[in-house]
Design a protein around this ligand. Structure first.
Ligand SMILES: [Zn+2]
Length: 194
């Protein structure tokens, strides 16, 4: 089982290719995306501001959700994701959902990720999400936990008024908690290369 540094290095070196793959995907699907604002979701329209709803798009797909080519990217540790039979994924401000799962609650969940992507920026989001996945698995991934937590609150009609602010704060917290590990891994890397 490789350690944190090895995972981090593999993830970090895969970033340029990952981003290239993702941007190509977004270019391909952008035209068929429908903005979240246009769905007229009752709760979403109340809890997310208009600019965010207009910017975020939903791509509805019949069969499968586009996942990155993990093997090609040298990220075999993410193969678990392929077995989860994902019903949805968010890349930056584009939400991909299977047609049968295009519900307000799933859209709400993915919108939490749109907020996280925007808040951290592409590279930090990918590192935080990837490390969260490696260290904790999908459901315990801290970025997922935020989304599932507020999703449950919305379902219970108990979403706190400041959940967006809290989402950003908690997302910052996740990044900050990774920082010492990242620095450690960078100094380990420096030692190895001596
Ligand atoms: Zn999620």
């Amino acid at each position: 089982m490789p350690g944190f540094a090895a995972h981090f290095n593999a993830l970090y070196s895969a970033l340029p290719l990952f981003i290239e793959w993702m941007n190509r995907l977004l270019d391909n699907y952008r035209k068929q995306a429908i903005s979240v604002a246009d769905f007229g979701f009752r709760k979403i329209d109340v809890v997310y501001p208009p600019n965010l709803r207009k910017q975020a798009g939903i791509v509805s797909l019949k069969e499968s959700i586009p996942l990155p080519p993990f093997k090609k990217l040298g990220l075999v540790e993410f193969n678990e994701l392929e077995q989860l039979n994902a019903i949805g994924v968010t890349y930056k401000d584009l939400i991909f959902l299977l047609e049968d799962h295009l519900t307000e609650i799933n859209c709400f969940h993915e919108m939490v990720h749109v907020v996280q992507w925007k808040h951290l920026g592409v590279e930090k989001f990918l590192v935080a999400y990837g490390m969260g996945l490696i260290m904790n698995g999908y459901f315990e991934n801290p970025l997922e936990q935020i989304a599932y937590n507020y999703q449950q609150k919305l379902e219970a009609n108990a979403l706190p008024m400041n959940f967006l602010e809290e989402t950003r704060k908690q997302t910052d917290g996740i990044w900050i908690s990774l920082n010492p590990l990242i620095h450690l891994s960078e100094s380990q890397q420096a030692q190895y290369s001596k």
